[in-house]
Design a protein around this ligand. Structure first.
Ligand code: SAH
Ligand code: SF4
Ligand code: F3S
Length: 454
């Protein structure tokens, strides 16, 4: 490609197709990537065949996420064959650890970058248009100060705001500390200014604070999550505040006490336990047992009796015995979680658990997973059914039509999905706050009746 100046290199309008795998953090990063690309004249397309740039934002958490990415990458090879000007890149967690190797292995990959070099994307694209090949950048940000401004490309009233990155916990099964590096927090003053700006300039009304372990927020700066929540609570115009994900080991009494006073704080807490067996929790290096977890829930419930709790479970951890597995089934029956994200253990190269001797077959892991999910569905069926007649306030996020009936949907403060039929099918109700009454339920969602706007 001819050498061209920056401005003429980006004078042309171009399109980017981006495929994101994994957690909220990765979706948040994709948003950031798109926002940078907008500055150099790229708009998003949903057609990879005509895109000028194809990007995969990858996830390494389990085999399934990995294999979906590899099959996607294979598909793109055909497109790239007939389009030499097309750029193909990878970002995210697989790219952080394996990007260099993948660049060598896959001829049709032009560049790869890691989780800490997102803000260099435009420079990388420029260098590629200048004729450089196979660019790789996965350096970790070693500055002690973690400072970013939230970038938003969509017209939503909801925003994800990253407050801490990385994880120091090294749960024995987990790849995240290797792909995202050590914990580093933004300062409270910066996050507050960022959120205030989002509220004022983008009309953001619902904010989800993001981090791999938000309960560790601020440690290195002598600050904490409870202080941040109390500051954000004061922002006029902000209506709902969520945070994810929490670690039971680090959920402090101070944070629990915030539930008493912070009226904007969501009535839902996602608190992953991972296993109901104390011996498995030990092998997982979780740093807490089930008694600690139960104690936390009791303390929160004493302040917010109707708070909704959800969790993550991994079944089939190396050498999980029948008794250990049964302890998890007993635990979820006892705790009556509102919903659960459940997974079969997937060995991740480089983690401690991947080196443990393991007698379990994939088949057994999968059977244990299905059985656990069946138990949980029945729990959810009963929990949801008991909601009939209750009223909730929620923000309408979108609509869909089934059997010719158009319904709008949203999530309550307690994170329950509710569908509601509105009066006029031709009106746009997106981003309206409404009160609904639950009229029927399934294990996964609720049907509501519109009561009023609020
Ligand atoms: N930081 C969050 C989420 C981490 S990843 C937390 O600590 O809760 C999201 C979930 O993926 C984890 O909670 C865990 O349940 C699951 N997970 C992580 N590594 C896994 C592995 N190797 N196999 C199966 N599930 C895994
Ligand atoms: Fe992984 Fe554990 Fe860190 Fe969560 S807390 S990201 S499961 S190491
Ligand atoms: Fe996956 Fe990385 Fe998130 S491994 S779950 S994208 S932190």
């Amino acid at each position: 490609m001819d050498k061209v100046s920056i401005s003429s290199a980006f004078a042309k309008k171009r399109t980017v197709w981006i495929k994101t795998f994994g957690c909220q953090m990765n979706y948040h990063d994709s948003e950031r990537i798109l926002s940078h690309l907008q500055e150099i004249n790229f708009t998003q397309t949903d057609d990879p065949a005509t895109a000028d740039l194809i990007l995969f934002n990858t996830c390494a958490i389990r085999d399934l996420a990995n294999s979906k990415f590899y099959s996607g990458l294979g598909e793109i090879k055909k497109i790239k064959g007939g389009r030499p000007d097309l750029l193909v890149g990878i970002a995210g967690c697989i790219s952080q650890t394996d990007g260099e190797e993948l660049l060598k292995k896959y001829k049709h990959l032009d560049f790869a970058f890691g989780t800490d070099t997102i803000d260099q994307i435009n420079e990388m694209i420029y260098r590629l248009y200048q004729g450089e090949h196979k660019i790789f950048s996965n350096s970790q940000d070693n500055r002690s100060n973690y400072s970013i401004e939230t970038k938003i490309t969509h017209g939503s009233l909801q925003a994800f705001v990253n407050i801490i990155k990385g994880c120091n916990n090294f749960c024995s099964y987990c790849i995240v500390p290797f792909t995202r590096g050590r914990e580093k927090s933004r300062k409270i003053a910066e996050v507050v200014a960022d959120v205030r700006n989002l509220v004022l300039t983008k009309n953001i009304q619902e904010v989800t604070l993001l981090g791999q372990n938000v309960n560790s927020f601020g440690k290195e700066n002598g600050e904490n999550l409870s202080q941040l929540i109390l500051e954000l609570e004061k922002i006029e115009g902000l209506r709902l505040l969520r945070y994810t994900t929490s670690h039971p080991k680090d959920l402090s009494d101070e944070l629990i006490s915030v539930y008493k006073v912070a009226s904007k704080l969501s009535n839902h807490l996602h608190l992953p336990i991972q296993s109901g067996s104390d011996s498995v929790l030990k092998r997982m290096n979780r740093g807490h047992d089930t008694a600690h977890y139960i104690n936390l829930i009791q303390k929160i419930r004493s302040l917010r009796p109707d708070i909704v709790i959800s969790t993550d479970i991994i079944v089939g951890f190396p050498n999980e015995t029948e008794e250990e597995y049964q302890a998890t089934i007993d635990f979820i029956e006892k705790m009556q979680f509102d919903f659960i994200y459940s997974y079969a253990f997937s060995a991740r190269q480089g983690t401690k658990a991947a080196q443990m001797a393991d007698s379990l077959s994939e088949d057994l892991r999968n059977r244990r997973l299905v059985l656990l999910q069946n138990v949980q569905v029945e729990i959810q069926r009963a929990i949801r059914a008991a909601l009939v007649g209750k009223h909730f306030v929620m923000l309408l996020e979108g609509s869909n039509s089934k059997n010719g009936i158009k319904k709008w949907f949203g999530r309550t403060s307690c994170h329950r999905l509710v569908h509601v039929k509105m009066e006029d099918d031709n009106s746009n109700y997106q981003w309206k706050w409404v009160e609904v009454e639950i009229i029927s339920t399934t294990p996964h969602s609720c049907q509501g009746k519109f009561i009023k706007f609020c």
